[in-house]
Unconditional design. Structure first.
Length: 336
C-alpha cells in the first residue's frame, strides 16, 4: 500500500479550467487555490498546523497506479464541477448509481491539491448532525469532547479540509438542511465547553488534539465538501440552492477497465490472462449492461482477485472465467 505515485501531467497552467486536473497526482509545487468569495469568507483562527495525510486510505480508494499512468483522462464534467466548487466554496453533490466511483473525487482532490487526509462521514438512517459535529462525556476536569468529521472540518485551518459526506440520501429528510445551516455559519458551539477559556479536544484525526476557547468552533476556510447520494432522493430546495450538482456518468468500458487495473495495480506487465479478463468484463458489460447487472468496479475487482487466487483451468478462456465468476458474485441469496 506504499507504492510511489506515478508521474502525471504538469500542474495547473493558465490553459487548465482550475487547480483540479483530476489526475490524483500531487501538484509540484503545491497548488494555489482560488480565494473564496467575500460572502463565504470566515475569520476563525488562529490557524492550526496542516493536517496529516492518509496515503494508505487514498491508495485503497484510488489504486496504486494513477489514471494518468494508464492513459485515462478524467471526464470533463468532473473537473468542471470540482473546480466550480473550489471557486465558489459550495458543496458538490455527486449523484449516481452505487459503485460508479461517486466518492473517488474527494480523495483525488485531497491528494492532488495537498489538503491532507479526507474527513469521512457515512450517513445512515439513524444519523444525526450532532454525531458528525462532536461527542461529549463527563470527565473529572470537565467534559471530554471528541470532534466528529464535520466538527473537525470546521476547525480553523490555513487551507480547507476535504469532507466526504457519503450517502446523504439515507439520512432523515431534515438532515441536509441542518448540514446546510452549519456550513453557512462556518462553525458551531459546544455548550459543554462554554465556560472553559482554554480547552483541548480530540479530533477526527487520530492523535491530533485542537484548542477550543469557550466552546466556539469557527473555520478560516470552509471545507471542500463532497456529498454523495443516489438518484432517487429529492432534497429540499434550500439545500439544493446551496450546492453544485454533478451526476456521475456510468463508466464506459474503457473507464471501467482502467479503474479496475488502477485499483488492482495491474500494469502492462501483469499476467496477460488477468488483463484479458478485465477487458472481457468491461466489454461484456458495455455490450449489455443489464445482462451482467450492476457491474461495479468493486465487483469487477472481486472477480479479478478470485481469478488471480485460484487455479486457472487450461481449457477455460477469459470470457468463460468472467461468466463463471460473475455468476458466483451475482448469485441469489440462499433461501431460509
Amino acid at each position: 500500500m506504499n507504492s510511489p505515485l506515478s508521474a502525471g501531467p504538469p500542474a495547473h497552467t493558465s490553459a487548465a479550467p482550475g487547480p483540479y486536473l483530476g489526475t490524483g497526482v500531487p501538484h509540484e509545487p503545491t497548488a494555489v487555490l482560488p480565494a473564496p468569495p467575500p460572502w463565504r469568507t470566515y475569520t476563525g483562527g488562529p490557524d492550526l498546523a496542516p493536517p496529516p495525510d492518509d496515503a494508505d486510505e487514498a491508495e485503497r480508494r484510488l489504486g496504486a497506479v494513477t489514471r494518468a499512468a494508464l492513459g485515462l483522462r478524467t471526464p470533463a464534467g468532473e473537473t468542471a464541477a470540482v473546480n466550480a466548487a473550489l471557486t465558489l466554496r459550495k458543496p458538490l453533490l455527486i449523484t449516481g448509481p452505487p459503485g460508479v466511483g461517486r466518492s473517488a473525487p474527494a480523495f483525488r482532490i485531497a491528494r492532488e491539491l495537498g489538503l491532507g487526509r479526507v474527513l469521512h462521514w457515512t450517513v445512515t438512517g439513524a444519523s444525526v448532525l450532532r454525531d458528525a459535529l462532536y461527542a461529549a462525556r463527563p470527565a473529572e476536569s470537565g467534559a471530554k469532547v471528541r470532534l466528529g468529521p464535520l466538527g473537525t472540518a470546521l476547525l480553523p485551518y490555513g487551507r480547507p479540509r476535504v469532507l466526504l459526506v457519503e450517502g446523504l440520501d439515507r439520512g432523515d429528510f431534515d438532515l441536509p438542511v441542518e448540514l446546510r445551516t452549519v456550513l453557512r455559519r462556518g462553525g458551531f458551539d459546544i455548550p459543554e465547553l462554554a465556560e472553559e477559556a482554554s480547552a483541548r479536544v480530540l479530533t477526527d484525526d487520530p492523535g491530533v488534539p485542537a484548542p477550543v476557547a469557550y466552546g466556539a468552533i469557527a473555520c478560516h476556510e470552509l471545507p471542500i465538501t463532497v456529498i454523495t447520494a443516489g438518484l432517487a432522493r429529492v432534497f429540499p430546495a434550500e439545500f439544493m440552492a446551496d450546492c453544485l450538482h454533478w451526476e456521475h456518468p456510468v463508466p464506459t468500458a474503457a473507464e471501467l477497465t482502467t479503474a479496475v487495473r488502477s485499483r488492482a495495480g495491474l500494469t502492462d506487465g501483469a499476467d496477460p490472462r488477468l488483463l484479458a479478463l478485465v477487458t472481457e468484463l468491461a466489454e461484456a458489460w458495455s455490450d449489455d449492461p443489464l445482462a451482467l447487472g450492476p457491474l461495479t468496479v468493486d465487483r469487477a475487482l472481486d472477480a479479478v482477485t478470485l481469478a488471480a487466487a485460484g487455479p486457472w483451468p487450461p481449457d477455460e478462456g477469459p470470457d468463460a472465467v468472467a461468466a463463471r465468476l460473475l455468476g458466483l458474485l451475482r448469485g441469489p441469496a440462499p433461501g431460509p
